[in-house]
Ligand binder design. Structure first.
Ligand code: EPZ
Length: 435
């Protein structure tokens, strides 16, 4: 079975380049079908969630070209097959963006309910509330199909009850092709919401205020083709920042927007790392044992829930006791049992983890429970003494491009194996090198 064999203990050092943001790309690729002209999207990460969404987009009749690894050219002129329900759509959460895109363009959409990482209930009531406010009839059909239809979409004043990235993006898409003005209050402010709005504006949409609590959208009649490059992935960058810190390394992370990483840099500085920032790069140096702190996940610009497992891994090695509070999803501590197998001292009570630092983790055989927690456990294994094996790596491959390759370029001893023989070879090589 495919898994990673990891030999921990090497401080990561060197330079790593960050790919385009997966969660921005999911929204932008879905929105690209809203034009009947070619839309060129660059800096798309080559990860499995993206490949699955692209299959879903192809499956409804859009023309998709893939001239190089990180570029897609999509033309939605040929779309015919409106019900979007196939194995691709059901596999990833990002496919729910097809609802906003199709509803905006064709005033009707029928899309299978989203899959995605099992990190909590993940309702879509705010998406539905937004579509209904724009005048759509929305119903949940059998087999988990969401059907949304409208004679006409009309701009509305929408107050979001919770800050939701997905609902904000979906409503922005549909409202871009509605009649009149839509105002979304209590909107999500994540960098990928801003990226999606910039992308739609480059197609002729009229969206203002993305990145603040209030987004105003003046509907237009149609959207045209464009060329657009996706922003760098804030969470991939954060993962390497924290991996550098956990292994007491010295890593320069390039192709980033340091402003998007401020909540992460601030925590790293607070616990004793040095951070050097330039225009599009950031260097993290950790030369001593880190200190403890408390952290609570919040919508942007707060500390991201997607980095919660990574900071717990780091604080699990810090001096003293830290408290990690998860306030976005209900089920995001599933990795703790795996980390305990590596020697961590963590107890979870409801949405809070109490993390008492240990001197070192030790290698173990562990399962990745979801995408970000999987990446965090790999970080722990790189910091640990001895050999680890991480299974369920298909979760990690959903969102990290060339993860083992990039870690190896920083001196991490990690290799992806499939057969028993490959596993034994990898272990032998690592142990021989360690002698
Ligand atoms: C996006 O999920 C990301 N996924 C997640 O990243 C990320 O963890 C999350 O935003 C928060 O930043 C994608 O972009 C594809 P939300 P999303 O709607 O849009 C509640 C990763 O690892 N809520 O902002 O699903 C919800 O239950 C993934 O890359 C409602 O109550 O998250 C949660 O508590 C994992 N009703 C909170 O809002 C709704 O209708 C935030 O969810 C929608 C959401």
């Amino acid at each position: 079975m495919e898994h990673y064999v990891i030999h921990g203990g090497n401080p990561l050092s060197g330079e790593v380049e960050i790919a385009g943001a997966k969660n921005a790309a999911l929204g932008i690729l879905a929105a690209s079908i809203m034009a009947d002209e070619a839309v060129t999207i660059e800096n798309v990460p080559d990860v499995s969630d993206i490949r699955v969404l692209v299959q879903a987009i192809k499956s409804i009749g859009a023309d998709v070209q893939h001239p190089d690894r990180h570029t897609y050219i999509i033309n939605g002129a040929g779309i015919q097959d409106l019900p979007v329900d196939n194995e691709y759509v059901r596999r990833i959460r990002g496919s729910y963006y097809m609802i906003g895109a199709l509803l905006g363009k064709y005033k009707r959409a029928q899309v299978a309910l989203p899959g995605g990482c099992n990190i909590g209930l993940r309702p879509i009531d705010q998406h539905i509330k937004g579509f209904r406010a724009l005048g759509a009839d929305v119903s949940l059909e059998s087999r988990g199909l969401v059907r949304a239809e409208a004679e006409e979409l009309t701009g509305a004043h929408i107050y979001m009850d919770v800050v939701s990235v997905g609902a904000t993006i979906n409503i922005v898409m549909a409202a871009s092709l509605a009649k009149g003005t839509t105002i979304i209050e209590n909107a999500a402010k994540e960098p990928h919401v801003v990226d999606l709005a910039n992308f739609l504006n480059s197609m002729g949409a009229r969206i203002k205020g993305a990145g603040t609590d209030v987004i105003r959208i003046k509907g237009v009649d149609h959207l045209h083709g464009t060329e657009y490059a996706i922003i760098p992935d804030q969470i991939e960058a954060g993962t390497y920042m924290f991996a550098a810190a956990a292994t007491k390394g010295d890593v320069t992370i390039t192709n980033v927007i340091p402003k998007h990483l401020e909540s992460l840099s601030a925590k790293l500085i607070e616990i004793g790392c040095e951070i050097e920032e330039s225009d599009d790069a950031l260097r993290v140096v950790a030369s001593k044992r880190l200190g403890h702190t408390n952290v609570k996940t919040l919508p942007y610009p707060g500390f991201p829930t997607d980095m919660q497992p990574q900071i717990a891994v780091l604080l699990g090695l810090a001096n003293g006791t830290s408290i990690v509070t998860e306030s976005i999803f209900e089920n995001r501590f599933k990795y703790v049992d795996e980390l305990i197998k590596m020697g961590a001292n963590i107890t979870v009570e409801s949405n809070t983890a109490i993390v008492t630092g240990v001197e070192q983790y030790h290698g173990a055989v562990i399962d990745a429970p979801d995408l970000r927690a999987g990446a965090a456990l790999v970080t722990a294994a790189l910091a640990a003494k001895g050999l680890s094996q991480v299974f369920n790596i298909h979760f990690i491959e959903r969102g990290y491009e060339d993860f083992p390759e990039k870690l190896r370029s920083l001196g991490g001893e990690i290799v992806k194996v499939d057969t028993r023989e490959e596993e034994e070879n990898a272990k032998r090589t690592f142990l021989r090198r360690a002698q």
